[in-house]
Design a protein around this ligand. Structure first.
Ligand SMILES: [Zn+2]
Length: 329
């Protein structure tokens, strides 16, 4: 299987200064991975506006153009737009599409080391550090331009992928699972948000670690993946559920991310896989966790056991069993 890594120093030019989502995150990943043997580097291309409009209304681009013409500013209270951010955001979207094309052509797998991240950007606005919805555009592109029928998106970022959800909620042919701490920004992602039956939300209590996430993967996600049998699995790889992360209050370890990645490879061995970088705000933990994800995907994953439920809090188990009820509807 051929492995592709979308990486470019141009993604450092989305200059957010001292903002928590800053270029130092990606620099830490580049430093950790080095040459990253085994992964063929790919350069991005700029997305066409027509590609962006697979998910976004024109007002999203119009606002970014306006802020850029004013020399930079803020798309919302959290979302910094530097003079080059709009251009870099188009390269993040188009880079993801180029990566996807390579993965489809070669029957391989890939990872997009992009910023700005994307999973909070909705059809009508940039928000939550995200300018365009990189992964949702890729999902629509895979269906509409590359002819893949069964596309599934999984989001393990600590925040709800509200933008991805809003972009895909009226696309019953594309499945979407989001695990997230709840309550937490942006506040959406309760179980009852099912779209056309294609959305699966798991709002988790704070304090969940490897065992809780792996149990949820086995108990809830595996049956859904078996049902959908995806040809293409897109993963919103946010690493802010890491124990060291300053924004999340979860406890996933570096190897926990590798184990989740390995489970996806084990359960969907025929699926093409593409990861997209989302959050993760402790630079070293982020870099190590990205590396653990790539290692899990390049090695043949080992079969893993489902953790036993006796060890879990009642607050966690309540969310799991409630989610199970809603996910069946
Ligand atoms: Zn996040």
């Amino acid at each position: 299987m051929k492995n592709f890594l979308l990486r470019s120093s141009i993604f450092l030019e989305h200059d957010t200064g001292q903002h928590v989502e800053n270029a130092g995150r990606l620099a830490a990943i580049f430093h950790r991975l080095g040459e990253c043997p085994g992964w063929t580097p790919l350069d991005p291309r700029a997305a066409l506006e027509a590609e962006i409009q697979l998910c976004h209304q024109s007002q999203v681009t119009e606002k970014l153009a306006q802020i850029t013409s004013e020399g930079g500013g803020w798309a919302d209270g959290d979302t910094c737009v530097s003079p080059r951010s709009w251009e870099v955001a188009r390269l993040a979207v188009g880079g993801g599409l180029r990566l996807l094309e390579e993965v489809v052509t070669s029957r391989g797998q890939g990872f997009a080391l992009v910023r700005p991240p994307g999973h909070h950007a909705t059809p009508v606005r940039s928000m939550g550090f995200c300018l365009y919805s990189n992964i949702a555009i890729a999902a629509r592109y895979a269906r509409e331009k590359l002819g893949l029928e069964r596309v599934f998106v999984l989001d393990w970022d600590v925040h709800h992928g509200n933008g991805t959800q809003d972009c895909l909620e009226s696309s019953p042919e594309i499945g979407f699972v989001s695990f997230h701490q709840w309550p937490l920004y942006p506040g959406s992602g309760w179980y009852d948000e099912r779209g056309q039956g294609n959305l699966y939300n798991l709002p988790l209590p704070a304090g969940c670690g490897d065992a809780e996430y792996l149990f949820a993967m086995h108990y809830l996600v595996r049956p859904v993946l078996q049902k959908w049998d995806p040809q293409l699995l897109l993963v919103s790889c946010g690493y802010d559920a890491h124990a060291s992360d300053p924004l999340g209050s979860m406890g996933i370890s570096t190897s926990g991310f590798g184990q989740m990645a390995a489970l996806l490879a084990e359960w969907c061995p025929q699926a093409l896989r593409v990861g997209f970088l989302e959050g993760g705000y402790h630079p070293q933990a982020l870099a190590q966790s990205v590396e653990a994800t790539l290692r899990a995907w390049e090695n043949k994953p080992e079969a893993s056991q489902r953790p036993r439920p006796e060890q879990f809090s009642s607050a966690f188990l309540k969310r799991i069993y409630e989610a199970e009820e809603f996910w069946k509807r």
